[in-house]
Structure formats: structure tokens, C-alpha cells
Write a protein that binds this ligand. Structure first.
Ligand SMILES: *Cc1c(COP(=O)(O)O)cnc(C)c1O
Length: 819
């Protein structure tokens, strides 16, 4: 069977769509949905998908990047770009799915389809590790499992592949049928089903029934009865079934789960005999995913001995890029997930999104792609690196070194990781962003260790995908055309500075706002070009503020006057923002000052009022809705007076996060999104629909057994009348773990169990009562995460999430994750 060759006209035929083709023979190899990530523009087809933004808006950018083939719905582009091929369809997403389905149907390979609430990606990656010895496998990249991700995944299939492993994820009813017909799995795996919360389903049962549609035509379904108790077994799809369970009768009946050192030993009854295996993990989620893989190997006909041998060698899967502070002011992006060209492209996009340093270095090992010769592969890589403006390549491995002359920028090559490590003391790394990306066998962990600062064992992890998810959540709530000002004051609510601002700039928010000029200057120095509003501009910083083109909030006649005096005679139309006090009584003009304000403003050509705004005091609280309404009315009245006198219309804005959610009719021209980005919204019950962005972790330093009556910590406040066991962890009030959390008020999660503090919180340390729990020095203690939430912490000490977040001191290292 040959790989089909797709010309643009062949694709139009498959889609059965109208087309305007300039070059009918244009050869299409890549499907592009985001104009920011283009590999080979000549052979790419851009799908103008409508999601949060209308994809047609990005056609100019895609064109600029060199793309000449488009699938669109809006015909006006035909005349605007006469040198392009256009396929015109009714629904761009449907077209993408249809093309992928046709591609899939061209091949006869064996396919495994995976769905469930958690674990899809890990199970997929582990099956890849377990089966790679016997098959040429194609699999979903990262967690590409959506209505868009699945078509892009199956598009990778070619004639060399004999097994496809694809994951499918859904968020609403009626979505699975489409994914099922694109993947057409013969073997189905249901990982698990969690409660329906925060997903678009009314009940767990509804969710289960929808997910099972993936397996409608499957020959074999691998599942656990624990997850399908809501339906009758005869309703399970699939011609044959293979079940596993640790609590009830099943084909693979697991009877013992015992942690041994860092591993986990499993025992089971299978075909009437006792079998066993060892998983090199000990956490609950990994054990569950491991059992699913065990069941799958047996269901596929591997012997228990073969299964055991392979499972024992599983390795940890990290699908995330990590962004960390490095030596000599470098930023290090660590990506050891997989070493293929599509993940390289994703990592390079992330490298480009982080603009804090002009210099960008990539440390890259040899890559391997089935069925491609090296020259072809490294030519593409060289083009890609050049296109993404990489300044320096450090290539590791003999193959990549052979193609040195393809890379037309600064390069260095080493035969292996050892040679690099030996040469490291003589290499220069300073004030640059370094992407470290290597195939597993090159063990690049050693390289990133050399490059990163030693991380003090308390870390705040920031999930950048979750933050983008939250941004999209609010995008879906605001009306078309309403701009977003993202609030990144106070180190982005504690989460970071340029890292977050770069992410938001990449995802095209319209404005940023900071509290002080210093914060804005730091962002400008890190490559942020978005307009930035400064809410408390100090007079002493006006000069710097002007130099860095920061836009002051003007809240009083005095500040206006002194700002005007700081502007040089050559400055005209300098952007400012006028703050109205509509009831907060903090900063801003009152109604009786408006006349004087207008006099000053209209007498000057030197200022341009970009926006007029006010702040709501209780947008999230129903009991104050009457007051909120008054604030809005007062603001609108004053704003209209200003507009009338100015003769032009600045942007009006009043809504903060809960304002967006609860006052949708008052989004005006712009909204100011703050805490919602970071995963909280007082207007949403349990922050429904938002994702957890931050996890704070620390480590156990020492474990002690105490006798009856002994006490813990300063002033003997922690009393153990019956004795017990304590663990000391490396976080204290100097890290932002408030002293009020002492004496059992605060709790942390250790090895899956919630344990209380005991005694007073110290400056750098906290003691936990771990009586009856297995804990060792070096174990991780979670201060907060998605299960043990900041909301719970805040309630415990009578404060709000804002304070918990912004209290985390700068001493705590921030590590950023991006998938
Ligand atoms: C902090 C702040 C916001 C953001 O408020 P959230 O409740 O975090 O969304 C909006 N406007 C002003 C003036 C602020 O100071």
C-alpha cells in the first residue's frame, strides 16, 4: 500500500468542496491550524478554524509566513489573495475531520483507541514503550485528543506504520461519534471515569455512555468493571472483552499491591494461575495506569512473563516542557518528552514565545524519524531552526554532526553527552534562553542539571496550559470585539513576571496592567511589546516610565499636572488612562473634579486618553448588586461627560474577573482579567470551569518519633499527649506560609494523606503530625494543589486566595510547565 499523495485538487475532491485553485498540483504534507507554528509553508494547508477567535483573522499572518493553501468559509479572501489556492467549505472543522477520516481509511493498520477521564496520555505513551519492539507505531502527539487533535494525530499515519495508538477526549455529549469514525479502533481501552464535575455532562453515567461510543465497532475492549458499574455489562460495546480489577472478579484479578522501595509489586489471578509483575513506580495514578497496561499486554496475547519483563522497564513520561531559571541569568527550557520533529516544533514555538533574551540556543540530540533519510531530516531541522531565529545550535551525536554545514548560524557539535559534559566548563552560557531537547538515550537530564540553578526544595509549579485554558474560558464569555487587559501586577499574582507576560502576549491579550513602573520596566526589558498600564505611577519614576513607553493611570489633578510637566516638549499624544472613583474610594477622580480635569486635558495636545475606567468593589457578591449597579451608572455618566468634551472615544472598562462573569452586559470596550487567569472567580461556585494553575510543594527534611508528653517547636505549643511521629518540612513563614497555619490550622498532603501542622510555624520550617503514616526524609509535601486547594487554605485562616498567592515569597523558585 502506498502513501497517498495529496495535491490540493485531490483534497478538494475528497472534501467534495468548491475550490479556487491557482496551482492544482500544489503538494500538501502538513495541516496547519495555528499560523504561529508553521513548519514547511510551501507544503502546508491552513485550516481557518473558528474557535475562540475566528481563524480567518490569521490568514494574513499565515500568508506572511509563506502559506499559499487555505480551507476557508469566507469567500472575500479569494480576491484579497489572488496567488493562493482556496478550498471553500461550510464548516472548516468538519472539513479537517473529513480529510483525516479519508486518510485513516486509506490504511489498514491495527489501532488502539484510548479514552477515559485521566491517564489517557500516560497509558498511550507506556503502550508505545511496551510495544515499540514489535511494531512500527504512530501515536497521538502529546495529548492531542480533541476534535482538532484527533484529526491531526491520524494525519501522521503512513504506510510504514503497523500500529496506531490514539487517544480521544471529549467535553460534551455528541462529540465521540466523530472521533470514533476518525480513529476506528479495533482495540479499545477505557482508562477510568471520574465524577462529571466541570465537564459538560449532567452525570457520570451520561459521560460514560458517551465515552464508550469510541468502541462501538471495536473487536476487543479492555476495561475495569469498577468504572462501568453505572450500566449493565451487556450494554458494553466491543465483540470481546478483557477486564481487570483490584476489587472484584475480572479476567485479570489483582490480589496484592505492595510498595517496595520506589517500586510496586503486583500479584494477580489470571487464567486460574497466580502471576506477578513489578512496576517501577509507587504513586497511585501510575499504579492504576500500570494495571491498565498489564491488562492490555495480556489481552494482546503476551505471556505473563513477557509482560512482567517489559513492565519493569517502563520509564517515567513527562509531556511537559519545564521553564526554569538557569545559571548566569539564563532561562532554561527543559524538554525531554520525545525527540521527533513535531515536538521540536512545539518546543521552538515555546522558545520564541519567551522573549526575555534576544539570544536563543538550542541543545539538540540526534533525532530519528521512521522512513526518512538523514539528509532530508536534518535539512528540515536546519530550516526550522533558522526560521525560528535560533542563534546557536549545540548538536550532540555523530549523525547530527555530519550535517554541520546545513546550519548557517553559530554551531558546536559533540559526539555524545559525555563529551559535552567534559567541555562544559569552557562553554559560554549567559543571558540567553536555552532549549534542551534530546532523545531519551542521550540522558539530557545531566545537561539541564548543569545549566539550572540549584532548586531549593520548595517549588511553586505553574501550569501554563491551565492558565491559557482559563484565558480561553473568559474569552468564551466576553462579547466579540471586547478587549482584554490582563492584570499581571504583584508578579502576576505571585506566579511570575516575564514568563507569564510573554505567554499572554503570545496568546494575544490586548493590554497588560501592573501596579508600579518598576514592574512595567522589567517586562519591557524582557521583550514585552504590548501596551502596559501602570496603576500607581510614582512621580519619581515618570522619566523611566516615559522612556519605556508605559502608560500611567491618572487618578488626580496633582498627578496629571506633574505628569504633564515631565513630558518633554516633543511628546504629543502620550497614552494615559483616567481612573474614576465610582465608589471604591481608593484612587480616582470624583464627579466634582471632572470640570478641572477637562480643562487640563483639553488644553493639552500632549496627551491621548486611551481609556477611562473604574473599579467595582463587590462585583462577585449578590448582596451588593444594588451598589454595583450604582457604580456602573455613576461611571457611565462621568465617562459620557468626558467623551463629549474630549471629542473622541477612549476605551471604557469597569469589569474585573467576577464582573465578567456576573455583569456580562457591562463588559463595555475592555475587561480587566485578574484572578480568573490564575484559577479563581468568586462568581463561580467552586471555580467551576477554571483550571488549577499553581501547585506549591516542599520536602520532608527529617522524621522524628516523640514520646508521650513531648512538645514540638517554639514555646512548646505543639503538644503530643500520647506521643507520635512528626515530619519537618522546608517551608516557613518567610516563604509565605502564614504563621496562622500553625497548630493544626493548616494541613499538607503527604503520600496522598492530609496531615495537620503541629506547633508554631517557624521562619523556614514547619512541623507536621504524621503519626501512623509512612513518611521518609525526601518525600514530597504538597502545600496546595488541585485537590488540596488554595480556597481551603484561605478559608482556614480567614483570608482570600489573592493573599495566599501573593504571599509566596520570591525565595520560592517558580517552575513553569507547558505541554
Ligand atoms: C487587581 C485589579 C483588577 C483585577 O481584579 P480581579 O478580581 O483579580 O480580576 C482589576 N482592576 C483593578 C483596578 C485592579 O487593581
Amino acid at each position: 500500500m502506498l502513501k497517498p499523495i495529496y495535491t490540493i485538487s485531490r483534497i478538494a475532491e475528497i472534501l467534495n468542496a468548491d475550490a479556487k485553485l491557482i496551482d492544482e498540483q500544489a503538494f500538501i504534507q502538513y495541516l496547519v491550524i495555528d499560523s504561529r507554528s508553521v513548519l514547511v509553508p510551501e507544503n502546508s494547508l491552513f485550516f481557518a478554524l473558528a474557535s475562540h477567535r475566528n481563524g480567518h483573522e490569521f490568514i494574513p499572518d499565515a500568508y506572511h509566513k509563506g502559506i499559499r493553501n487555505f480551507v476557508i468559509t469566507e469567500e472575500k479572501y479569494l480576491s484579497e489573495y489572488p496567488d493562493c489556492n482556496f478550498i471553500i467549505v461550510n464548516d472548516v472543522l468538519e472539513a479537517l475531520q473529513k480529510l483525516a477520516t479519508a486518510h485513516r481509511n486509506h490504511f489498514n493498520l491495527k489501532t488502539i483507541g484510548i479514552t477515559g477521564s485521566n491517564g489517557k496520555t500516560i497509558v498511550k505513551e507506556w503502550l508505545y514503550q511496551l510495544l515499540a519492539a514489535d511494531y512500527n507505531i504512530v501515536r497521538s502527539p502529546k495529548s492531542f485528543n480533541s476534535q482538532i487533535g484527533v484529526p491531526l494525530s491520524v494525519w501522521q499515519i503512513d504506510a510504514d506504520h503497523d500500529l496506531g495508538i490514539f487517544e480521544a477526549g471529549i467535553s460534551a455529549v455528541d462529540e465521540m461519534e466523530t472521533l470514533a469514525s476518525i480513529i476506528r479502533p479495533q482495540i479499545g481501552i477505557l482508562t477510568n471515569i471520574r465524577e462529571a464535575h466541570a465537564e459538560g455532562f449532567n452525570s457520570k453515567k451520561e459521560k460514560l455512555i458517551e465515552k464508550l461510543k469510541l468502541f462501538k465497532a471495536a473487536d476487543l475492549l479492555i476495561y475495569s468493571p469498577e468504572y462501568v458499574s453505572d450500566i449493565s455489562l451487556k450494554d458494553l460495546p466491543g465483540k470481546k472483552h478483557f477486564s481487570w480489577s483490584s476489587s472484584q472478579a475480572a479476567d485479570l484479578r489483582i490480589i496484592a499491591i505492595e510498595p517496595i522501595e520506589g517500586n510496586c509489586y503486583l500479584q494477580a489471578i489470571y487464567q486460574d494461575r497466580e502471576i506477578e509483575c513489578m512496576l517501577p513506580f509507587k504513586d497511585k495514578a501510575s499504579i492504576e495506569n500500570g494495571m491498565i497496561c498489564w491488562a492490555t499486554l495480556l489481552a494482546l496475547g503476551y505471556s505473563p512473563e513477557q509482560a512482567d519483563q517489559r513492565l519493569e522497564k517502563l520509564s517515567h513520561v513527562s509531556m511537559r516542557l519545564e521553564l526554569k531559571n538557569g545559571i548566569n541569568q539564563c532561562s532554561i527550557i527543559d524538554d525531554s518528552y520525545s525527540a521527533d520533529i513535531s515536538s521540536l516544533a512545539i518546543a521552538l514555538d515555546f522558545l520564541n514565545q519567551q522573549n526575555q533574551h534576544p539570544k536563543k540556543t538550542v541543545i539538540l540530540s540526534e533525532l530519528f524519524e521512521t522512513g526518512r533519510d538523514d539528509l532530508d531530516l536534518y535539512t528540515e531541522i536546519a530550516d526550522l531552526l533558522a526560521q525560528k531565529k535560533v542563534s546557536r545550535l549545540i548538536g550532540i551525536g555523530p549523525h547530527i554532526s555530519k550535517y554541520a554545514e546545513l546550519f548557517k548560524f553559530e554551531t558546536q557539535f559533540f559526539d555524545d553527552t559525555n563529551a559535552f559534559v567534559d567541555a562544559f566548563p569552557g562553554l559560554q552560557f549567559s543571558h540567553e534562553t536555552v532549549l534542551v531537547k534530546g532523545a531519551r538515550r542521550f540522558d539530557f537530564g545531566r545537561i539541564s542539571k548543569l545549566l539550572t540553578q540549584k532548586i531549593h526544595d520548595t517549588v511553586l509549579e505553574i501550569d501554563l496550559n491551565a492558565m491559557v485554558g482559563n484565558l480561553q474560558f473568559y474569552r468564551s464569555k466576553i462579547k466579540p470585539g471586547v478587549k482584554i487587559m490582563a492584570m499581571v501586577k504583584a508578579f502576576s499574582y505571585g506566579s511570575g513576571s516575564f514568563e507569564i507576560a510573554n505567554l499572554l502576549q503570545f496568546h494575544k491579550v490586548d493590554y497588560l496592567a501592573v501596579a508600579y513602573a518598576d514592574e512595567g520596566i522589567a517586562l519591557r526589558k524582557a521583550g514585552i511589546t504590548l501596551p502596559i498600564m501602570v496603576m500607581s505611577p510614582e512621580e519619581s519614576a515618570f522619566e523611566a516610565l516615559i522612556k519605556y513607553r508605559l502608560e500611567p493611570e491618572i487618578y488626580s489633578l496633582e498627578i496629571l499636572d506633574s505628569f504633564l510637566n515631565s513630558l518633554s516638549d516633543y511628546e504629543f499624544d502620550y497614552p494615559i488612562h483616567i481612573k474614576i472613583d465610582s465608589g471604591m474610594h481608593r484612587l480616582g477622580f470624583d464627579s466634582d473634579e471632572i470640570e478641572k480635569l477637562l480643562l487640563l486635558l483639553s488644553g493639552s495636545q500632549r496627551l491621548n486618553v486611551k481609556s477611562i475606567f473604574s473599579h467595582l468593589v463587590a462585583s462577585g457578591e449578590a448582596e451588593h448588586d444594588g451598589f454595583t449597579q450604582q457604580q456602573i451608572e455613576k461611571f457611565c455618566l462621568i465617562a459620557s461627560q468626558l467623551i463629549a468634551a474630549l471629542g473622541y472615544k477612549p476605551l471604557l472598562h469597569i469589569a474585573n474577573t467576577s464582573g465578567i462573569s456576573r455583569w456580562p452586559n457591562n463588559q463595555m470596550d475592555m475587561v480587566r482579567l485578574g484572578i480568573g487567569l490564575y484559577g479563581f472567580d468568586a462568581a463561580l461556585t467552586n471555580n467551576r470551569g477554571l483550571q488549577t494553575v499553581m501547585t506549591l510543594k516542599t520536602t520532608v527534611t527529617q522524621v522524628k518519633n516523640l514520646k508521650a508528653g513531648e512538645t514540638v517547636g517554639y514555646s512548646r505549643r505543639g503538644v503530643m499527649p500520647y506521643g507520635g511521629k512528626i515530619a519537618t518540612v522546608k517551608i516557613g513563614y518567610a516563604d509565605g506560609y502564614n504563621r496562622a497555619f500553625g497548630n493544626g490550622v493548616g494541613k499538607m498532603l503527604i503520600n496522598g494523606q492530609l496531615v495537620p501542622t503541629i506547633g508554631s510555624i517557624c521562619m523556614d520550617m514547619t512541623m507536621l503530625d504524621i503519626t501512623g503514616i509512612d513518611v521518609k526524609p525526601g518525600d514530597e509535601a504538597i502545600v496546595f494543589n488541585q485537590d488540596h486547594t488554595i480556597m481551603q487554605l484561605a478559608e482556614g485562616v480567614g483570608t482570600i486566595p489573592y493573599e495566599i498567592l501573593t504571599n509566596i515569597s520570591q525565595r520560592v523558585k517558580r517552575v513553569y510547565f507547558y505541554e
